[in-house]
Design a protein around this ligand. Sequence first.
Ligand SMILES: Nc1ncnc2c1ncn2[C@@H]1O[C@H](COP(=O)(O)OP(=O)(O)O)[C@@H](O)[C@H]1O
Ligand SMILES: [Mg+2]
Length: 211
Amino acid sequence: MGKVIAVAQQKGGAGKTMLAAQLAVALAEDARVALVDIDPQGSLTIWGRLRASAPKAVQSVTVETIAGWRLANEVERLKKTHDYVLIDTPPVIDSDARRAIRGADLVMVPLNPAPPDLWAAEGTLKLAAEEKRKTVLVFNRAPAASRLRKKLEAEIAARGLTLLAVALANRAGYANAFADGLGVTEAGPATIAAAELREAAKALKLLLAAK
Ligand SMILES: Nc1ncnc2c1ncn2[C@@H]1O[C@H](COP(=O)(O)OP(=O)(O)O)[C@@H](O)[C@H]1O
Ligand SMILES: [Mg+2]
């Protein structure tokens, strides 16, 4: 049975869709991966369409667009034929977000390493705690070192929350690859962004395996 990762965070623009797509492509280098878009904004769905005609899209990743209420059945089906199922969710706390979290082995919460982003994540963290789901915070668009980042790392540790060991920096490469329907490991396999992302995917796999 595949592992299900719900990418959730009440705050818009935190990088949910970006992380879901990028990690899916990186994981697909040696696994069967499905992406599920339950966000009515449909950014991941558009990425999937671009991908269908992108010559550099070498990894095979299934992209499904479904209404939140159908999620449970769909995920059960996809789990049978994929090693990883990543769900991209809308920036709200509602019944769809709860469904995505309920069915997940791991809830991934992207955030900029600044306190307001952690504050914005509280609703999602609470939901994950209510559903007794394992959670991992992931720093996205993170500066290599900053006072705020250190402060936030300390706060996350003090609260007993898990932070992914690998943070993603703010890189044009991520946005450019996404705009072409690609993952950065396909668009520029030898770039720093690709190396960073592969490390993040590895850290994610370890977390899932430790469950
Ligand atoms: N690490 C990153 N480096 C550069 N741009 C990024 C990065 N992460 C996200 N972005 C950009 O930030 C914007 C918001 O990201 P997105 O994944 O759509 O957020 P969300 O799905 O949480 O609303 C998008 O334009 C995306 O291209
Ligand atoms: Mg999104």
